[in-house]
Design a protein around this ligand. Structure first.
Ligand code: SAM
Length: 472
């Protein structure tokens, strides 16, 4: 029986409720009166329930889809302005004992090069990332209690936070590792992580079990209930996601929103972020064998509907997507993107030889961080290297209050500009710097409160003079 307050996976992601939702959405996909009511509710910026959002996703009426896109774009502007937060993944180890059939790390893959970074190698990777200009990382690892125990992950986090190289400093480490215990989540929390990210892969239990035939990840309930354990362990910011292509996207969409509703109902705060990865070609993996691949237009529609349904939740897109797709979905709701990414273990410090490849998947957007930053600015966005919220303790519901009180323009906006200024001073090419300086001069005038604006301008001058790390 469906119960969003339940702590049991099969009750808060109830299969029957998803099926009923899909039937309801299908039955109402041409019901203009209902669609207009749902859009009117969405315009209040308070989000939508999974049934309502599923009707929008099912709707195929071109004028209504145009309205959905316009609204997603407007909500994106109202909540996130033109800021795009930058991050990079850091692969620590690809040792893995699971059997995920879509992932090249699966235990039976004997031709992928298995690698695990030593602390010296972590240092070299982090310095390479700092030299690109990154301040926010997402660490990634396969699941292997012998090779990658929690102690190893914690040691890596410590190493990452300890490295100061020139003006470089990683200020936020998000963590994407397999589902674990409350005790381990507490250790991650105490190590000062930002967001704990875990992709559900698929919410469809039967498919999930087939796609994860062996290893600890096979346990659907343990995986699906991980965010509740993470929150119990003190982690306020959790990031959801599904791997699109594995199951029917409408099923995943409903499941994703039910998961968000569950977290909000039980813990008083929804997910901090939602990621929207699509399955990619990789060593030993042919994405075409999965039947549920989605085209770029459907992908954009999913992003727009997520934006409307959960306006306070950040949306993340990786370099799995091409420049063209990224451009489209950034407009419709994505608020965080990676740049200059390598998905191999040790790939930032040195390129891998052909016969020693360890990547997780092929990257579509292969541009450098400098190119991505310039491209964003050319499109009118502010690339932001801000990590202030979590360092000021504004996590979970405190971050949500900032959004709800509309204080973003007085806080996130100047923080974005100050961190962009640091990037321009320390890492940017000449052309990027020129474009960035013009953008900062324009955008700083958008800070509404005069006092904040003046302080921010002073800090920008101080950054020019060599000081670093200011924040509101
Ligand atoms: N091992 C951890 C776990 O079990 O959740 C997480 C880390 S894994 C390195 C990060 C994510 O990459 C996975 O959750 C999965 O969604 C995604 N992934 C795996 N294979 C992929 C592929 N072929 N294409 C795109 N993404 C993939």
């Amino acid at each position: 029986m469906y119960n969003k307050m339940s702590l049991k996976a099969e009750e808060f992601i109830c299969h029957e409720e998803v099926l009923d939702t899909l039937s309801y959405a299908q039955a109402n996909k041409d019901n203009v009166e209902l669609i207009d009511q749902i859009l009117a509710k969405a315009r209040e910026r308070k989000g939508l329930e999974h049934r309502e959002a599923s009707v929008l996703l099912a709707c195929e009426i071109p004028e209504k889809i145009a309205e959905i896109y316009d609204l997603a774009e407007q909500i994106k502007k109202d909540f996130y302005g033109n800021r795009i937060v930058m991050f990079a993944p850091l692969y620590l180890s690809n040792y893995c004992i699971n059997g995920c059939v879509y992932c090249p790390y699966h235990g039976k893959n004997k031709h992928i090069a298995r690698k695990k970074l030593t602390q010296d190698e972590v240092r070299a990777e982090v310095i390479a990332l700092q030299d690109m200009g990154h301040k926010r990382l997402a660490i990634e690892a396969g699941e292997d209690p012998v090779n990658n125990p929690i102690e190893y992950i914690l040691e890596c986090i410590d190493t990452i936070y300890s490295i100061q190289h020139k003006n470089g400093k990683i200020r936020r480490v998000n963590v994407n590792i397999a589902a674990t215990t409350v005790e381990n989540y507490r250790k991650l929390h105490d190590a000062g992580i930002g967001t704990y990210i875990l992709f559900q892969e698929t919410y469809h239990k039967e498919s999930y079990e087939k796609l994860h035939p062996t290893g600890p990840k096979h346990d659907y309930a343990y995986h699906t209930e991980a965010m509740d354990r993470a929150m119990e362990g003190g982690i306020d910011d959790v990031g959801l996601g599904v791997l699109f292509g594995l199951e029917l996207y409408k099923y995943e969409f409903a499941g994703l929103l039910m998961h968000a509703e569950h977290l909000e109902a039980v813990h008083g705060v929804g997910p901090h972020t939602i990621s929207v990865p699509r399955i990619k070609r990789a060593d030993d993996i042919d994405p075409d064998v999965f039947d549920n691949g989605i085209d770029d237009d459907t992908f954009a529609k999913i992003c727009a509907c997520i934006r409307i349904a959960v306006p306070y939740t950040g949306m993340i897109i990786s370099t799995r997507e091409s420049q063209a797709v990224r451009e489209k979905v950034i407009r419709l709701g994505v608020s965080q993107i990676s740049g200059g990414s390598k998905t191999s273990v040790g790939g930032y410090d040195h390129p891998e030889p052909e016969n020693e490849r360890s990547e997780q998947f092929d990257v579509s957007d292969t541009r450098t961080l400098d190119e991505v930053v310039r491209w964003l600015m050319d499109l009118g966005y502010i690339p932001s290297f801000c990590t202030a919220c979590y360092r000021e303790g504004r996590t979970g519901d405190r971050f949500m209050m900032l959004c709800k009180n509309r204080q973003i323009l007085n806080c996130c906006h100047p923080n974005a500009l100050m961190t962009l200024k640091e990037y321009l001073m320390d890492y940017a090419s000449e052309e990027t710097r020129r474009i960035g300086e013009e953008l900062i001069a324009r955008e700083i005038e958008e800070v509404p409160t005069e006092k904040v604006r003046e302080i921010a301008k002073k800090h920008l001058e101080e950054i020019e003079a060599g000081q670093r790390d200011f924040r509101f």
